[in-house]
Write a protein that binds this ligand. Structure first.
Ligand SMILES: [Zn+2]
Length: 319
């Protein structure tokens, strides 16, 4: 088995602000598609045309491996008729199946959370966002699940690293022989990846702290001598540690800004979000809230702020 496997990048359009998404065709013992773009006819047509340039057709793809559950990465999963398997973190499965119970749980979680965060009803747009977003996701079910330390099926040189933060289901894949990483959206060269709020796996558990997880997942990949990163968006890049250190610095500066806002007086996450993102919070509400709450979680984990509960709302105060 050759150590170096052929990796072909295919770039597909998305209707999202992030722009194009990359998928990768990797030739090992199996012919594997890493990630699957968005579910539009335009993306599918472009995929077929570019796949042909690399000498393949859709029926040649034997399996799909997904880095995470976001719609721009799982869209085309149900368009392949000779697929033998779909593999990912087990948390991806519910997003491929999307049964009513899970969707209800998801919306219920955000309704409760947004209320606690002091967010007025007019910003409770997650229901609409979820519906429009899921239009571009593919449907299906996982054939097998991947976890930390597993080898990719059909690609024994590639190992799975769990890298939660951007998504609770996020995995990155590392080849220790070639020092290459298939990184999904874990690290992108041109923009920093957003840690996003998600409900806990099981109802009643503490919600995950995505920014705190994201920092851990970034530190984790600093332990690997990565020489080439194949990301989900933007350019392929080589230098990882400097990039990550820069991202840490920016994030910590933003956390200091949040801390100064709280120093004035205890406030709800919504009030803090408005001051942190005065220009963007209305047009990108869920994103700016996730970022704000991420910074609050980080400051709380560092012991610099604490939560106060009053009248059904959560306020953050200097501890
Ligand atoms: Zn993405």
């Amino acid at each position: 088995m050759p150590v170096k496997e052929k990796i072909d990048q295919i770039t597909l359009p998305t209707p999202y602000a992030v722009g194009d998404v990359h998928v990768y065709v990797v030739k090992g013992e199996a012919l594997t598609l890493i990630d699957a773009g968005v579910n539009t006819d335009e993306a599918w047509d472009i995929f077929i045309a570019k796949l042909k340039e690399h000498g393949y057709q859709p029926g040649d793809i034997e399996q799909i491996i997904l880095t995470h559950h976001h719609p721009d990465h799982i869209g085309l999963v149900d368009r392949f008729d000779r697929l033998k398997g779909i593999y990912a973190h087990d948390r991806v499965d519910r997003w491929l199946r999307r049964d009513q119970e899970f969707l209800r749980y998801y919306l219920e979680f955000f309704r409760g959370l947004y209320r606690e965060f002091g967010i007025p009803e007019k910003y409770h747009s997650f229901e609409k966002t979820a519906k429009t977003t899921l239009r571009f996701a593919g449907k299906g079910a996982l054939t097998g699940t991947l976890k930390e330390g597993d080898s990719l099926p059909g690609h024994p040189n590639w190992k799975v690293l769990e890298t939660p933060g951007h998504a609770q289901s996020h995995l990155s894949f590392y080849n220790k022989h070639t020092k290459e990483m298939l990184a999904g959206d874990h690290v992108l060269y041109h923009i920093s990846s957003n840690p996003l709020l998600e409900p806990p796996v099981n109802q009643g558990e503490m919600r995950p702290k995505p920014l705190v997880q994201y920092r851990e997942s970034m530190k984790k990949i600093l332990n690997y001598p990565i020489q080439k990163v194949y990301p989900g968006h933007g350019p392929i890049f080589n230098e990882v540690s400097e990039l990550i250190r820069g991202r840490f610095k920016k994030q910590e500066e933003r956390a200091d800004k949040v801390f100064r806002i709280i120093q004035e007086k205890p406030q709800t996450p919504f009030e803090i979000c408005k001051q942190l993102f005065p220009k963007q919070y209305q047009s990108q509400f869920d994103l700016t809230m996730s970022e704000t709450v991420g910074q609050l979680d980080y400051l709380e984990t560092e012991g610099r702020v604490k939560q106060l509960k009053e009248g059904g709302h959560i306020f953050y105060a200097v501890s």
